[in-house]
Each structure stands twice: as structure tokens, then as C-alpha cells.
Write a protein of this length. Structure first.
Length: 379
């Protein structure tokens, strides 16, 4: 605890004075009885998510201070007043000392996800705190915790507005427009964490033929076209994702002959992509959400990257990512190395990528560094 890690694991608990309910605020004390921290209890391997290492009340004033701190981080990074971008992550769980809470800001709409019963039980006071901190910048809050809470949590979340309301929503990232499906889309509706990586890819897209695998809403595709790509193919197994991709291309470019989208299995498509492309983006969903799936996940990354390295033209560039928290940066790099070795081609690493500044990593919680990426040059 004196290392300020925000999780207390079940194996570290010697005894409990009483059986707390899931989501209840509890104090954590040492063997000698001295106060160590206060947080939400959960009957799982992570038994307490620490909210404060100080003996203080967890009330409206507390939530406002934490949210204001998070806002000030984004303000210091010039995200809150950018004329080109009105979408960013406002609260990133442990990275903002609010474990169990995600809050993404989309042009006046805040989409929240509570990943613990304790945070979900605080949702009404959290909504009040967000409104008091953001003021007129906040028009509505949509809570999307239904699929985020632990499957056996005692509370039954129902997605919906907890403040105000909002209809169809369009947001802006570096001047590009994106339709945000906050109600039915994955996560909170948009993968904000790839913002800076999309911008980097745009700088490399000129005159290239681009394949965007696992495209979701077509973020990389939009930036590739903006960067002057000769051709962009977007691939996702979800027809809903492909429909959103087409909408976003239309929104930014109108009818665009350089772009084509395919609702099909990514691995099947890649098998047929022999030497057709000279820039490939691999941004798959998490291959492993738990450590027991780690071995299969690393094999999946090896197989996927080997196929892309085999398929790309000489002089091609691959942007490859893992968003699995349980896959370490070193393990991901080794999986990509194994894929390159299996493909038998010369490969250089140009960039090593991570998540942007609105997804901060608490220095005491290295597990928060979940997004890993490499930019490869393939001879």
C-alpha cells in the first residue's frame, strides 16, 4: 500500500471486520491498525479499488476535486480548447485517480462507463460533479455501463441518459468529422486512444495503397484519404462498423472513388491480399482480456503480423497494435518479431507507439499502459 498502487488484491487481506457489500466504501488498515486507504470493495481478485490514501470524506466535494484535476490535465495538453478537436477522454480510471470510471467527452456529450459496482452506485453524484465542473460545456451525460460491469455484480445497469439528452452526434478530430454511435457502438462510440497514431499514419499515406484492417468506424481510413492515399480499403467483420465507416467517409469527402469497404473476416481478407498494398493498419480488438488467454493471444498476434508482413509490397509500412492490457509491451514486440521471422522478410521498427496524453498512466499503476503499437518498414 505504501507504494500507492490503487488495487488491493484479495491475497493481501488478512481479515475483514465485517462482510462488506459489493460496491461499499471500506477503509484499509495495516496490521497495526493505521489507516492506509479508502476505496470500493469488490469480492474478486482485486478486492479494493483505492480512491484515496488520505482519511477524507468521499462526497461531492471529493468527486469535484478529482474531476477538476482530470480536466486540468487535458487543459494543459490543449485538448479542452482546441478548434480542431472536440473529442477527448476526460477520465481514464486509475490514470486519473478514479479507478473504475471512464468518461469520454464528445462535443458536449459525456459518455461514461462504470467498471465497478462502487462507481456505478455513485453515478448520480458523479453526474452532479461533472456538471458543476464542466458547466455550459456539458450538455448531457449518457451512461453506458450495462456491458462494462462485472458479470456477477449485484447492480443491474441499464444504458441511458443520467443528465440531459442528445440525438445524433458528430464530433471532430483534427478537423475530420466522425459520426459517434454512443448508444450502439463499441466502447463509448469511438476509439479516442488512436488519435495521435492516426495523425502519424496520415503523414505516411501519400500515394500509398492502404488496407485498414479491423477498421471499426474508419478513423484510420479517413486520415489515410486526407493524407493523399491513392486507394483505401476498410475491412471489418461487423456490417454496422462498415456502415459507420462509409458514413464517415461520406461526411468528410462526399462520394470518394478511392475508398471501398468490406464486411468480412479480417484473416480471410488478408489471406487474399498478396502484394496489393503498401500500407497496412492492424488494430484488432483485444485478443486477451484475462491472463488465462494470454498464450493464445500472442499466437494470434504472431499469425496476424506474419500474414501482413508476407502480403505487403516491398518498401511497405505496417502500423500494428495491441490493446490487451495483459499483453506487455515486450511480449507484443516478441510476437511481432516471431511473425516477421516466420514471414522471412527484413523488417525495421520505425516508431514505438502508445496511448495519448488523455489516457494517462498513473506511475504507481503500470497496468494502465494498455495500448502498444509498432510502425514497421518491410523491405
Amino acid at each position: 500500500m505504501m507504494r500507492f498502487h490503487p488495487w488491493v488484491f484479495s491475497g493481501a487481506i488478512k481479515k475483514m471486520s465485517e462482510k462488506p457489500a459489493e460496491g461499499q466504501l471500506v477503509d484499509v488498515v495495516s496490521n497495526e491498525g493505521s489507516f492506509l486507504g479508502k476505496g470500493h470493495y469488490q469480492p474478486s481478485s482485486i478486492s479494493v479499488r483505492i480512491l484515496s490514501f488520505q482519511q477524507e470524506e468521499i462526497d461531492l466535494s471529493f468527486w469535484k476535486r478529482r474531476i477538476l484535476n482530470a480536466w486540468n490535465v487535458r487543459k494543459a495538453c490543449h485538448l479542452t480548447d482546441s478548434p480542431e478537436t472536440n473529442v477527448f477522454r476526460l477520465v481514464h480510471g486509475e490514470g486519473d485517480d478514479l479507478p473504475g470510471l471512464i468518461a469520454d467527452y464528445y462535443n458536449g456529450l459525456l459518455v461514461t462507463q462504470m467498471h465497478s459496482a462502487g462507481m456505478y452506485l455513485e453515478r448520480e453524484i458523479l453526474a452532479q460533479a461533472f456538471k458543476e465542473v464542466l458547466g455550459d460545456r456539458l450538455l448531457a451525460i449518457y451512461d453506458k455501463s450495462e456491458g462494462a460491469l462485472p458479470y456477477n455484480a449485484p447492480v443491474k445497469a441499464v444504458n441511458g441518459f443520467i443528465l440531459g439528452s442528445c440525438g445524433e452526434l458528430t464530433a471532430k478530430e483534427y478537423g475530420k468529422l466522425f459520426r459517434i454511435d454512443y448508444a450502439e457502438g463499441q466502447k463509448t462510440g469511438f476509439f479516442i486512444d488512436q488519435r495521435e497514431n492516426r495523425r502519424l499514419m496520415q503523414q505516411m499515406a501519400l500515394d500509398r495503397e492502404v488496407l485498414n484492417m479491423f477498421c471499426y468506424t474508419g478513423g484510420f481510413s479517413v486520415f489515410a484519404l486526407q493524407g493523399g492515399a491513392k486507394l483505401v480499403h476498410s475491412v471489418d467483420s461487423s456490417k454496422q462498423a462498415i456502415d459507420l465507416t462509409r458514413q464517415n467517409i461520406l461526411l468528410n469527402f462526399g462520394e470518394e472513388s478511392r475508398h471501398e469497404a468490406f464486411a468480412t473476416d479480417a484473416f480471410d481478407f488478408l489471406r487474399q491480399a498478396d502484394k496489393k498494398y503498401d500500407l497496412i493498419i492492424l488494430d484488432p480488438p483485444a485478443f486477451a482480456k484475462h491472463t488465462d488467454a494470454l498464450r493464445n493471444a500472442l499466437q494470434g498476434y504472431k499469425k496476424l503480423n506474419a500474414r501482413a508482413i508476407e502480403a505487403i509490397r516491398p518498401g511497405g509500412i505496417i502500423f500494428t497494435f495491441s490493446c490487451s492490457q495483459v499483453v506487455s509491451r515486450d511480449a507484443f514486440r516478441k510476437a511481432v518479431f516471431s511473425g516477421a521471422a516466420a514471414a522471412g522478410r527484413s523488417v525495421r521498427i520505425l516508431y514505438q507507439l502508445s496511448q495519448p496524453e488523455d489516457h494517462p498512466v498513473n506511475i504507481y499503476h503500470p497496468e494502465g499502459e494498455y495500448l502498444k503499437g509498432l510502425v514497421l518498414y518491410v523491405e
